[in-house]
Structures are given as structure tokens and as C-alpha cells.
Design a protein around this ligand. Sequence first.
Ligand code: NAD
Length: 244
Amino acid sequence: MTIPDKLLGALRDAQQVCVLTGSGISAESGVPTFREAQTGLWEQYDPHELATPDAFQRDPALVWRWYRWRRELVASVEPNAGHHALVKLAGLVPALTIITQNVDGLHQRAGSDKVIEFHGNLFENRCFVEGCAVTDADMSAEVPVCTGCGAMLRPGVVWFGESIPEAAMHAAESAVHGCDLFFSIGTSSLVWPAAGFAEAARQQGASVVEINLDATPLSSQADFCLQGKSGTLLPELVNCLTVK
Ligand code: NAD
């Protein structure tokens, strides 16, 4: 695909770039998105039925088995060309902040430093009752427990139906508020409140760019819509910016 000259111009003029990423950017690393079927022994489960507080209370051992499987999977993969291109892009513009809905840590492993983990981190553990971070638990237990109060531990991610932690919400809102160019990459634009950031950015004058394999509810509103894989399009974008 040819990257539109107007988009390259907008990138050259941009003072603050804000990038929202979703699970699509990690798909080419081998991390399945939630809209794809789960693989192997998890294929009979719907992630929307596992990643909720109710599911956890119903069957914490099952939810922990799923998270252990996801931790092992993510630990065994590497950041892809899309993650690496965002590191390069950050070096080509005055300021770039990533808001990621992903919990896999792949942006940080690629070398991105300004990353807001909007939905938490897969490898962290929190007390299910008090919400505090716990780092010294016995993780070999089927359902690990909080070393402080003995309640069940849960993965440190934001589940469906839960609120975004205040600090992440505040940091994301200020990144959106200050940007003049907004990217929505590999996200279905269906999961709120992150799905509202593109419109918020647009309303305060930012140009909006979508990079996705498929059309989403954002596609018709975006100023630029690049349809294809982020692992191909982002390196192409960075390449055009450096050579043209
Ligand atoms: P989603 O599963 O709802 O949508 C993924 C989007 O990525 C789709 O629109 C799809 O068309 C697009 N896509 C797939 N492959 C792509 C590629 N190679 N290049 C560009 N686009 C591609 O994901 P979501 O919008 O992030 O929301 C689901 C929730 O599940 C989020 O909270 C997310 O954090 C979480 N989740 C995270 C991970 C992860 O950390 N890697 C994995 C699965 C789900």
C-alpha cells in the first residue's frame, strides 16, 4: 500500500502523537486476539466468559489455568515489526505516547518507553479483595493467595465490566487531550472507554489514522484508513517518513 503524502505531511508537522494499540498489533507475534478462536484446549471457551470478575468467582482455578497458559504463550513470543516500527517512529517526532489495551508488555520489550498500560499487565498479581499488587506469592498453588490477607490472588489486568485504574485513565486522557495526531492500531474500536479516544482526539482538532486488517466502527470517521497488517504498514510508514 502507498502511504498517503498528506499523512506523511501530518506526521512531519505533528508535535504530539498519541497511539492507541489493541490486540491486533500483537497478532503477528503469535498472540491471538479475542476475536479469533482460542487455540488448542481453550477453543471451547469464550474469553468474554473468562475475563470477568464473575467468571473468576465462579471458577478461579479455571481462570488461573487460562492466565497461566496466556503467560507462557506471551513469554515465548517476541515483539514484531509493528512494535519495532513504533519505537522508530517515536524517534522521528517530538513526542509520542502509546496507550495500549494489550497486557502482554510487547511494546516495552521492543523498547518503547512512554507506554500507558490501560488494561494492566498479564504478569502482575493483585489481591482479589484489597486490589494491592502482590509480588511474593507462591504461584505454584492452583489458586494463589495474597501473602498479606490470605484472599485469592488475581491477575493484574482489567477485566470486562471493570473500571480503568484512575492513574491509567488520567494519563491516557491527558495524552489524548494534548495530541495533534492520533493513531488507532489493531483495535476493534468496540471495547470502551478506549474506543472513545479517537473521537475525543478528533473533536479537539487532531487528525485520526486507523491501521487495521478490517473495517471497524472508527473507519468511516478516520481521516486516514490504512487497511492491512500493522507489521507491514507501520514499517512502511516509518520508511516513507525517513526517505521521502
Ligand atoms: P480485539 O480482539 O477486539 O480486536 C483486534 C483487532 O485487531 C480487530 O479489529 C482485527 O481486525 C485487528 N487485527 C488483527 N490482526 C491484525 C494485524 N496483523 N494488523 C492490524 N490489525 C489486526 O482487540 P481489542 O480491540 O484490543 O480489544 C479486546 C480486549 O482484549 C482488549 O482489552 C485487549 O487488551 C485484550 N486482549 C489483549 C491481548 C494482548 O495483550 N496481546 C490479546 C487478546 C486480547
